[in-house]
Design a protein. Sequence first.
Length: 278
Amino acid sequence: MSVEPTSGPDGPDPAPLARQLTETVTAAGEIALAMFQAGVKSWTKGNNSPVTEADMAVDAFLHRHLTALDAGIGWLSEESADGPARLGTRRLWVVDPIDGTRGFMAGGHDWAVSVALVEEGRPVLAALFAPATGQLFTAEAGRGAVLNGAPLKVKPCHTLDGARVAGPPADLDALARRASVERLPRIRSLALRIARVATGEIDIAFAAGNSSDWDLAAADLIVHEAHGLLTTRDGMPLRYNAPDPRHPALICASPALHAALVENAPPPPFFNTTLDQR
């Protein structure tokens, strides 16, 4: 694929950068889909989470093409070695080559390529592509979020009763003791779980502690631009590109539901949940 110059005297021009991000993530998703259909080797990383040949191939592709867009943008990916250099950058690519690797390995459709551009701690561009279902989410700060070109807006729910809820079983159990809710099947990709709040398919999405920047940044912007909220359990917005990129337990919902949940939220466990329990 070709790379167009995007830098000017004041840094990257966001319009071509957004277009190039979408094109790059779409192309990366096509690589992942081809490998998904063919079958790939997998192994276990040091933190007992799985990784596949597709994770590594997509990570290399994204790194090659995204870093070529602007040399001043830093890099943080689940499948790349981390280091302190990113902390000194104002802009940072935050990448999960395949979010939902266990779903990918199991032959499911709940996995996605997730990339966000973070600027001074918050995402400003996002592309989230689920190749197995053909769903392409994109968002730009202040310009809204779309799914396959259609604008997104969270469903305006005002009561917990009847809410469609997804997340760790412990969270669903706790909420079911307060209200009559509809429990949805588990979505292995945390990014897709959050993004589906933006589509209205899910009213409330929970995430247990220990998720990382790459799991969240793209979906965070998508939900935000669809007028939803993704915060910690006590209502604090997320900040990205900290020395430790992990986050505590989270809530994602429309503003009314979010307020109801935060008001009565119990103290959550902090950083003690395995990746498979998110």
